[in-house]
Ligand binder design. Sequence first.
Ligand SMILES: Nc1ccn([C@@H]2O[C@H](COP(=O)(O)O)[C@@H](O)[C@H]2O)c(=O)n1
Length: 303
Amino acid sequence: MHSLTAQIPELSNSYVCMKDPQKVQETLQAMVKAGSNTLQVISDFDMTLTRFAYNGKRCPTCHNILENSKVISDDCKIKLDELLKTYYPIEIDASRSIEEKLPLMVEWWTKAHELLVAQRIRKDLLATAVHESEAKLRQGHLKLFLDGFKLFFDHLHKHCIPLLIFSAGIGDILEEVIRQAGVFHSNVNVFSNYMDFDESGMLKAFKGELIHIYNKREGALLNTGHFQELRTRPNVLLMGDSLGDLAMADGVHDMENILRIGYLNDKVEERKQSYLDSYDIVLIENETLDVPNAVVHYLTGSK
Ligand SMILES: Nc1ccn([C@@H]2O[C@H](COP(=O)(O)O)[C@@H](O)[C@H]2O)c(=O)n1
């Protein structure tokens, strides 16, 4: 443990928990030895790259950004909020199994997307909806511009490390958030739920297979081309906030090492043990990207 925190001091922060620090150290050493040209990063978006809360108030997910915006009628907002109040407690309920939650999550996403489609949302209004929203990418503890998300995205770009953002949110909104933040670099790919617009620019459906939090394995296996292109990068840094995010790397070819960093944002006591059993590093109620940034810097041999 001592030499691990000497190498990455951020891992000694009180919000960092590891079930097996020795394994974390061995994995990191193997990944450094293999070199950053064998590394790929796979990250969830909502509540992983974005903040969970700010000044005591929940931050919006991709869905919430749209739902809270002017493009949605008041009546529809009430219905979407009722869905959130019904299904989010199920999403984070530690007493239910994933098998039990899965059909209910499909129900949530399906009902919400049907309501959104009925709003006939205009594509050209999405940028304003994001601009006027309270979306917040995670910063560092110093809250400097070159801290947190900017450092994370820019550093991966500078070192030509592919970043796959794998989200059960809404791809069009997610892309707009990172574009407006100036970090939608050429090394970033996104798997998500994308909106389908008609020729007049009105939302008519969602494209392809639905991605919800518990079917990311299927989503990964549908995108074999992406992982085939990255077959020379068998070392993975995975970042998520739900147990469903662990499946995001299931499409990686001949994986050699994986380091999983998990944000535990809500229902901490009930879920802590299952996160410790599944993620190598668990960050408890922490809103920064300090640990992922420190790990990425360590893996790229940067100070
Ligand atoms: N109608 C909905 C459906 C889902 N959510 C939240 O979005 C999150 C999924 O996105 P990831 O980037 O984390 O994969 C999920 O945690 C749901 O809570 C929502 O807000 N509204």
